[in-house]
Design a binder for this molecule. Structure first.
Ligand SMILES: Cc1cc2nc3c(=O)[nH]c(=O)nc-3n(C[C@H](O)[C@H](O)[C@H](O)COP(=O)(O)OP(=O)(O)OC[C@H]3O[C@@H](n4cnc5c(N)ncnc54)[C@H](O)[C@@H]3O)c2cc1C
Length: 341
């Protein structure tokens, strides 16, 4: 995802005590499109994310997958969609606060929200739009390989080319494990998929594609040891039913064991919740003044969690926030076609 970081606009430096009109909490597709929309409305905007790169679930979990249901794109890879969202917002120079978790909310004497981050930064905003998706998501750890985190063990594969010529061991039996195995197979020296069971949770077509490839599948098996010096060199795989163990060369282990997600500190803000999502009205307003929400994190009867739905919701949220910031402003932003390119 380094390219995405390179693609991000220079923006103003992320100083302490940032002061903007709109703060988007979450740099997934909804948050990035919200940054465009706020800029389009002439508002100063910041986007915050705990992850070190923009793109939310799309960039972290499936950057190489083609997506078929984003309007106007018959097919677009996750990575390309996110790079384009960043580029679309870039004329408005959003301030990117990456690696920062929105932790606290208070209001200043003028009634403006002030968000405190996990690193002690404060962001004052005219309005906050929470585009936090499934919340803060963390990969389930592969404990045995943890000593090699960042030195061979990875939980996400942001850039396939980093694995060229390596012996890669993918651990897991779900969609992500099979996707990574399939995408790494053409460029890695070898790919081995290790899964604890015989059955998979992955899509049948992907399983068939992996079976037909050069990927070695070790089922009913688990990683029992990892060896190496400065970097990972080998893994030991235990075949549980017969107790046999084999050592395989591995310079990289990709652990795709799923992830846990939680709202984390947002839960203490006093937001109305429904099934651990944020309750919003038709303006995408939460129960808290000047706090809106959009994307996967919202809940209301009939809610559908898709990228396209998040785009619509965040446009609604930002336009409604714009009217609260300037009551003389129109809710309707005007057509983008009426603006100069
Ligand atoms: C494997 C897979 C395939 C998918 N395929 C499709 C598809 O084909 N089509 C489709 O429409 N959808 C698809 N989806 C769903 C789609 O990815 C989500 O609907 C979309 O990512 C939601 O966007 P979002 O911006 O609302 O949230 P997210 O993408 O979840 O981004 C939210 C961001 O908020 C950040 N965050 C949360 N809390 C905080 C906090 N307190 N402080 C700072 N940052 C915070 C998180 O770190 C995250 O980066 C798929 C999902 C998966 C997992």
């Amino acid at each position: 995802v380094t390219e995405l970081l390179d693609a991000r606009p220079s923006g103003r430096p992320a100083d302490a005590d940032v002061d903007v009109d709109v703060l988007l909490v979450g740099a997934g597709p909804a948050g990035l499109y919200g940054a465009y929309y706020a800029g389009f409305r002439g508002l100063r905007v910041a986007v915050m994310d705990l992850l070190p790169q923009p793109g939310g679930q799309v960039a972290a979990l499936y950057p190489e997958k083609p997506i078929f249901d984003v309007a106007g794109w018959p097919s677009v890879r996750g990575r390309e969609l996110i790079a384009n969202l960043v580029a679309q917002a870039s004329p408005y120079a959003p301030v990117y606060l990456l690696g920062e978790q929105a932790a606290t909310l208070r209001y200043d004497t003028a009634g403006a929200p002030v968000v405190g981050t996990s690193s002690g930064r404060t962001v004052r905003a005219g309005a906050v739009v929470i585009t936090g998706g499934v919340g803060t998501f963390r990969p389930r750890p592969l404990t045995v390989a943890e000593p090699f985190a960042g030195r061979g063990l990875a939980y996400f594969v942001p850039r396939l080319s980093d694995y060229a010529g390596l012996d890669v061991v993918v651990v897991g039996g779900g969609d992500s494990a099979f996707d990574w195995a399939l995408h790494l197979e053409p460029l890695a020296r070898s790919v081995t998929l290790v899964h604890r069971r015989q059955r998979f949770r992955a899509a049948r077509t992907t399983v068939e594609q992996v079976r037909a490839s050069t990927v070695t599948m070790l089922l009913d098996s688990e990683l029992t040891r990892v060896d190496g010096g400065e970097r990972l060199e080998a893994v030991e795989v235990h075949h549980v039913p017969d107790g046999t163990r084999q050592t395989r060369p591995a310079q990289a282990v990709v652990a795709a064991l799923g992830f846990t997600a939680d709202l984390g500190p947002l839960e203490s803000w006093g937001l109305a919740l429904s099934a651990r999502r944020l309750v919003v009205d038709t303006r995408m307003a939460t129960n808290l003044p000047r706090v809106y929400a959009a994307g996967d994190i919202t809940d209301y009867p009939g809610k559908v969690r898709l990228i396209s739905v998040g785009f619509g919701e965040v446009a609604t949220a930002v336009n409604n926030a714009a009217v609260v910031l300037d009551p003389t402003a129109d809710l309707f932003p005007g057509h983008s076609t009426e603006r100069e390119a």
